[in-house]
Design a protein around this ligand. Structure first.
Ligand code: C2E
Ligand code: C2E
Length: 178
């Protein structure tokens, strides 16, 4: 029997995202906004976007080591002092359940506060906003660059690679032994 050509496209559109875990901010925003634009998924019920601010004693990098998403489509990224999680197909009332599974320590000990978005337009608006934010760590770099480059970064005209400027290191090979 002849299978309609667009059946494959339909089936693949119904599959969950083939990604899980940490993504860089730009890839995270792209994946979440693509998912939000999938009209085959239920309206306002595609998942939760949550921004978590760690307690002052913890850095976002430390939080990442405790964060182990299991479900395909559960994505995580960081922006300055916030951790963003997208929880695929997670219901509003199940946020605490999902966080308990995903973090290896109790989440109320890890985070000082959280902000939650659950409707499609709210999630799209938030990822649209954060995708253009220049992280604090990059904002310090312009001091080392030409002003035209600085302008391009801050206006978003050009995407700069996330790269550190190498610093010279002296090895002191002739120095005293300790
Ligand atoms: P998946 O959704 O990517 O989930 C991967 C693994 O994360 C699961 O492996 C399970 O260990 C854990 N997990 C994800 N979501 C939940 C949850 O809501 N509660 C609990 N307790 N654990 C969760 P597992 O069980 O071997 O399942 C493998 C795959 O089979 C899942 O991949 C999913 O695609 C499918 N699956 C299994 N059970 C269900 C279900 O009840 N509903 C749906 N929709 N899919 C399921
Ligand atoms: P549960 O394990 O008590 O999870 C309750 C609800 O918490 C899930 O409802 C989902 O909304 C949310 N949740 C839990 N873990 C995760 C997670 O790792 N990621 C995300 N994004 N959300 C999570 P849901 O999906 O309707 O599942 C209802 C129940 O079905 C689950 O209760 C669990 O008993 C079972 N289940 C669902 N998916 C899986 C799976 O992949 N593997 C297994 N073993 N069980 C599953």
């Amino acid at each position: 029997r002849h299978v309609p050509g667009n059946l494959d496209a339909l089936i693949s559109a119904l599959q969950p995202l083939q990604q899980k875990g940490y993504l860089r901010l730009d890839a995270f925003c792209l994946a979440v906004s693509q998912l939000m634009s999938n009209t085959l998924l239920p309206e306002n019920d595609k998942g939760l976007l949550v921004a978590l601010r760690p307690v002052p004693e913890l850095k976002t990098e430390q939080i990442l080591t405790l964060c182990k998403p299991r479900r395909y489509g559960d994505l995580v990224t960081t922006l300055d002092d916030r951790v963003y999680l997208f929880l695929s197909s997670c219901r509003f009332n199940d946020l605490d359940t999902a966080l308990t599974f995903i973090f290896s320590l109790p989440h109320d000990q890890l985070f000082a506060n959280r902000v939650l978005w659950f409707e499609d337009h709210q999630i799209l608006a938030e990822v649209g906003k954060i995708k253009n934010v220049v992280p604090d760590s990059l904002r310090e770099m312009p001091l080392l660059m030409e002003s035209t480059t600085v302008e391009k970064i801050t206006t978003g005209a050009t995407r700069m690679p996330l790269r550190r400027i190498p610093q010279p290191v002296s090895l002191n090979l002739e120095g005293k032994r300790r």
